[in-house]
Write a protein that binds this ligand. Structure first.
Ligand SMILES: Cc1cc2nc3c(=O)[nH]c(=O)nc-3n(C[C@H](O)[C@H](O)[C@H](O)COP(=O)(O)O)c2cc1C
Length: 189
């Protein structure tokens, strides 16, 4: 079976169970000094593909070229996925359209990162940041800056760990792509 179908089915089961983790993943990258970096991101479904959205001024964006992995755990169904990912840029027109659906503050921040201070940089205080945002000039109409980026995920080397086994022996599978075919193996949990 195509592991992408497994992922879609597992995420659908978790959504039915109102699992907040169904919509999330952890993206792991390697930082400048070779140190691992991990953070939670919304894992979106776009055009029947998995997608991530982020700002190009962020450290994670700068780190993508060195390789990336995602991890998802959905407690409602006790399933974990791990996968190495390639990131394929999403068409800017589609990003711009989807960006309009964001709440106002993330939109404002995308402009703030672009023209005032890059994402994840230090500010003098939360109060100073609130004041700077309040007087920050915004474009009219409020459209996506070109630092708003999105990527489709191309997963390879996918691992699924299913804890929900009646005999307590976790079920652990790995799929590796060989040319265009997925090759399945079973791993010792
Ligand atoms: C539930 C949750 C969802 C998040 N979703 C996103 C997201 O979709 N895109 C994003 O750039 N950051 C998202 N964040 C914030 C990131 O975890 C992170 O703090 C931020 O992107 C800065 O990461 P960086 O300094 O490693 O670049 C989310 C955080 C949480 C807790």
């Amino acid at each position: 079976m195509d592991p992408l179908v497994n992922i879609a089915e597992d995420r659908a089961r978790a959504r039915v169970a109102n699992d907040p983790m169904a919509a999330l993943c952890v993206l792991a990258t390697v930082g400048a000094g070779g140190y691992p970096q991990a953070r939670t991101l919304v894992l979106r479904d776009l055009n029947e593909r998995l997608a991530l959205f982020m700002n190009a001024t962020s450290p994670k964006f700068q780190q993508l070229d060195a390789g990336a992995s995602i991890c998802m755990y959905m407690p409602s169904i006790q399933v974990q996925y791990r996968a190495q990912v390639d990131l394929v840029p999403i068409d800017p027109a589609l990003i711009a359209e989807s960006w309009q659906l964001r709440p106002r503050m993330p939109k404002v921040l995308d402009w703030f990162y672009t023209h005032r201070q890059v994402q994840s940089s230090t500010v003098s205080s939360r109060e100073a940041l609130q004041a700077a945002i309040a007087e920050f000039p915004l474009p009219e109409p409020l459209i996506a800056p070109d630092t708003a980026r999105g990527f489709y995920l191309e997963l390879h080397d996918i691992e699924r760990l299913d804890l929900a086994q009646p005999d307590g022996l976790h079920n652990r599978n790995r799929w590796v792509k060989n040319e265009s075919r997925w090759v399945l193996s079973t791993l010792l949990p």
